[in-house]
Design a protein around this ligand. Structure first.
Ligand SMILES: CC(C)(COP(=O)(O)OP(=O)(O)OC[C@H]1O[C@@H](n2cnc3c(N)ncnc32)[C@H](O)[C@@H]1OP(=O)(O)O)[C@@H](O)C(=O)NCCC(=O)NCCS
Length: 145
C-alpha cells in the first residue's frame, strides 16, 4: 500500500460508493474541495485507490483555536477495511497539518466510526446530533502534538 496526495476529483468514486450510495458522484463534491489550502490523500494497492480522506482549513464554530483543519470524506472500500489504510492516511496528514502551524483536526464523525477515531487519538467533544439523510454523528477532535 502506498499513500499519495491526490486530486479532489479522484476521491469522488469512493465517497459516492461508501459514504453516499444513494447520491450521484456530482453530489459528493464538498465545499472547499478545490481550495489551495485543502488537500486530499489516497491509499493505493497496486494501481487501485482503496481509501480516501480530505482535509480543509475550516473552523468549527464551537472550537476556539484560531486555525483548524476539518477532516471529511474518510472512507475505505469494503474489501480493504481493517488493513490500516485509513490510519495510514491520517498519520500522513498529521505532519502536513502541523507544517501549516495548525494543531487541531476535527470532524463530524458517524457514530458507527467513533471506535476507529478513538483508536487514532480523537476525542468526542459534542453530544450526538443527526445529519439528515446520513445519520447520527458526534464532533471529534484530534490535537496534533
Ligand atoms: C471507518 C473506516 C474509514 C475505517 O477504515 P479502515 O481503513 O478499515 O481503518 P483501519 O484499518 O485504519 O482501522 C484502524 C483501527 O480501527 C479499527 N476500526 C476500523 N473501523 C472501525 C469502526 N467502524 N469501529 C471501531 N473500530 C474500527 C480497526 O479494526 C483498526 O483497529 P486495530 O488498530 O486494533 O487493528 C471504514 O470502516 C469505512 O470506510 N467505513 C464506512 C464509511 C465511514 O463510516 N467513514 C467515516 C465517516 S465519519
Amino acid at each position: 500500500m502506498e499513500v499519495k496526495q491526490i486530486d479532489a476529483k479522484d476521491t469522488l468514486e469512493i465517497r459516492q460508493k461508501i459514504l453516499r450510495p444513494d447520491a450521484n458522484t456530482g453530489e459528493c463534491v464538498f465545499d472547499g474541495d478545490e481550495k489551495d489550502s485543502s488537500f486530499h490523500l489516497g491509499a493505493y494497492v497496486d494501481d487501485t485507490l482503496a481509501s480516501v480522506a480530505s482535509f480543509y482549513l475550516d473552523n468549527h464554530p464551537k472550537i476556539k483555536d484560531t486555525y483548524q483543519f476539518r477532516l471529511r470524506g474518510m472512507a475505505t472500500l469494503d474489501k480493504h477495511r481493517g488493513k490500516g489504510f485509513s490510519s495510514a492516511l491520517l498519520k500522513t496528514a498529521f505532519p502536513l497539518i502541523k507544517n501549516n502551524h495548525v494543531t487541531t483536526l476535527w470532524c463530524n464523525a458517524r457514530t458507527s466510526a467513533i471506535g476507529f477515531y478513538d483508536k487514532i487519538g480523537f476525542e468526542t467533544v459534542s453530544d450526538e446530533f443527526d445529519i439528515p439523510g446520513i445519520g447520527p454523528h458526534v464532533v471529534m477532535i484530534k490535537e496534533i502534538s
